[in-house]
Design a protein. Structure first.
Length: 247
């Protein structure tokens, strides 16, 4: 039986003060049927990690370096994230792929680094609007997933979380319908099952893209949707908690 993960991706938003207030408010929320996680900007990880100590809420990073240590200006090592208390690290978010030219191969290396430090990667995959309209959704998500499977093996998928995030739904208010999302989630699970049935059954596959308090319930009731990666709606404690409570 897969549990539900509701993870907030705060992206590059907030200030020290607003982050503190958001964490306090989320901690006060009453969410019993889902694991919550928050992914603040890296500069606040240490602070938020301290605030979450002793709570049930997990900490995640928004990215992780593909190298262990050394001359990689601006990057953050998995071991450092671990020291801050990170349990999760997002890798391959579409904003990283599109705006910072992260390739499937680089994402796979970042994924490997997270795993080697005992951090669960949240591997983001998803098609653009053009790709969907040309009928290439399955080809694209397969390619993105295969880059990790080919370099890390199918057993690595058992240790990660997958987030299906159609690019056209991210930050646009244009959410995938529960049927559209379920179809891709099921496709992904079937694809994994052809390699390893147990891994396919166990891995959590989250949906991301304009999920909010009013559409979460229906999305999360789909059989292959095991949680959400929430952007905009995770910046308001009440909305984030409501999504957690809709599970
Ligand atoms: P959104 O972002 O919920 O604001 O669409 C989701 C994400 O980018 O992970």
């Amino acid at each position: 039986m897969r549990t539900t993960l509701i993870a907030g991706n705060w992206k590059m938003n907030g200030s020290l003060q607003s982050v503190i207030e958001l964490v306090e408010a989320i901690k006060a929320g009453d969410v019993n049927n889902a694991q919550l996680a928050v992914c603040p900007p890296a500069i606040y990880l240490m602070k938020v990690g301290g605030m979450l100590e002793g709570s049930r809420i997990a900490l995640g990073a928004q990215n992780v370096c593909d190298q262990e240590s050394g001359a990689f200006t601006g990057e953050i090592a998995a071991s450092m994230l671990k020291e801050c208390g990170c349990q999760y690290a997002i890798v391959g978010h579409s904003e990283r792929r599109a705006l910072y030219q992260e390739t499937d191969e680089l994402v796979a290396r970042r994924f490997a680094m997270a795993l080697s430090s005992g951090i669960t990667p949240i591997l983001c995959i998803g098609e653009s609007l053009d790709e969907r309209e040309s009928g290439d959704t399955e080809v694209v998500v397969s390619r993105q997933l295969d880059a990790v499977i080919e370099s890390q093996g199918i057993s690595a998928i058992a240790q990660c979380v997958i987030a299906y995030e159609p690019v056209w739904a991210i930050g646009t208010g244009k959410v995938a319908t529960p049927e559209q999302a379920q179809a891709v989630h099921q496709y992904l699970r079937d694809k994994l099952a052809s390699l390893d049935a147990l891994v396919a059954e166990q891995v959590q596959i989250l949906y991301g893209g304009s999920m909010n308090a009013s559409n979460a319930g229906e999305l999360l009731s789909q059989p292959d949707i095991d949680g959400g990666l929430i952007g905009g709606a995770s910046l308001k404690a009440a909305d984030f908690i409501a999504i957690g409570q809709s599970v």
